[in-house]
Design a protein around this ligand. Structure first.
Ligand code: BTN
Length: 249
C-alpha cells in the first residue's frame, strides 16, 4: 500500500472530508491528517474530543471491493493494526482492543477511538471505507474534559514521556498496510490471533443495549462475521453486530 499523506491545518472532520474526496474519485491510500477538527465525530453519533497538537487525527481511504458483510470486519483489522503499532511504544505497559475497535491501555482507559464509515457503490459492494483514527498522544490528565477524564488516557500518561507524532503516524500506517494486505488475502482470520491475544472483553461480563433491548452476558470472542459472541445469562449464544459493551464488575 502506498499511502499519500495530506496534512490539513483544520477541517471539520477528517472522516467527513475524506468521504467527500472518496465520492469525488480519490484513490485508495489517501490519508488526511488534521491539526484541528472543528466537528470530529465518534461512534454512535457522538462528538470526538481532540486537543490540537497533542492528538493524532487521521483518516485513511480504503477501496477493498468486497461485499458489505466482509467490509464489516475491516474495523477489527484497523483495531488490530493500531494496537500492534502502539504496543512497542508503550511496552512494558499493555495495549488491548475492546470490540469493536477501541484501543485501551492496560488500566482500561481509552487511548484511541476508531470510526470506520463505508460508502457502497450501485452494485452494493463497498465502494470505499474511510477509517478514522483518533489517538491521544501527548495529553496530560488535565487536558481531558471532565466528563471523560476518568475513562481516557494518552500515550504520554501511560509511558511517562512525550512522543513524536510523526513517528507514531509512520508506525500506524506501516502496521495498517501490513494487516490490510493480510486481510485482503485471508480475511479476518489473518488478524484473528492478534485480536484474541489483545481482546479486552473475552471472558468478561458485559451489558449492552440492542435496539433498546438490554442484554447481559459473558463475552466469548469474535465470530467469523466480526460480531461479538455473547453467552447470555440463559446460556444461549447471541452474536452482536454493533453497539457498545459496558464491562460489569
Ligand atoms: C470513537 O471511539 O467513538 C471513534 C472516534 C474516532 C475519532 C477519529 S479522529 C479522526 C477521524 N475523524 C473523525 O471525525 N473521527 C475520526
Amino acid at each position: 500500500m502506498n499511502w499519500r499523506v495530506v496534512r490539513l491545518d483544520e477541517t471539520d472532520s477528517t472522516n467527513a472530508e475524506l468521504a467527500r474526496r472518496a465520492r469525488a474519485g480519490a484513490d485508495e491510500g489517501l490519508v488526511l491528517v488534521a491539526g484541528r477538527q472543528t466537528a470530529g465525530r465518534g461512534r454512535q453519533g457522538r462528538a470526538w474530543f481532540s486537543a490540537p497538537g497533542q492528538c493524532l487525527c487521521l483518516s485513511v481511504l480504503l477501496r477493498p471491493r468486497v461485499a458489505p458483510a466482509e467490509a464489516a470486519t475491516l474495523p477489527l483489522v484497523v483495531g488490530a493494526a493500531v494496537a500492534e503499532a502502539l504496543s512497542p511504544f508503550l511496552a512494558p505497559r499493555g495495549v488491548a482492543v475492546k470490540w469493536p475497535n477501541d484501543i485501551l491501555a492496560d488500566d482500561g482507559r481509552k487511548l484511541c477511538g476508531i470510526l470506520c464509515e463505508m460508502g457502497a457503490g450501485a452494485d452494493g459492494a463497498a465502494d470505499h471505507v474511510v477509517a478514522g483514527i483518533g489517538l491521544n498522544v501527548n495529553l496530560d490528565p488535565h487536558d481531558f474534559p471532565p466528563d471523560i477524564v476518568d475513562r481516557a488516557t494518552s500515550m504520554k500518561v501511560v509511558a511517562g514521556r512525550d512522543f513524536d507524532p510523526d513517528c507514531v503516524l509512520d508506525a500506524l500506517l506501516a502496521s495498517l498496510a501490513l494487516r490490510y494486505g493480510r486481510w485482503r488475502a485471508g480475511g479476518l482470520d489473518a488478524v484473528r490471533g492478534e485480536l484474541e491475544a489483545r481482546d479486552a472483553l473475552r471472558g468478561r461480563r458485559v451489558e449492552m443495549r440492542l435496539l433498546g433491548e438490554p442484554l447481559a452476558g459473558v463475552c466469548e470472542g469474535i465470530a467469523d462475521s466480526g460480531a461479538l459472541r455473547l453467552r447470555l445469562d440463559g446460556g444461549a449464544i447471541r452474536e452482536v453486530f454493533s453497539g457498545e459493551a459496558h464491562l460489569l464488575p
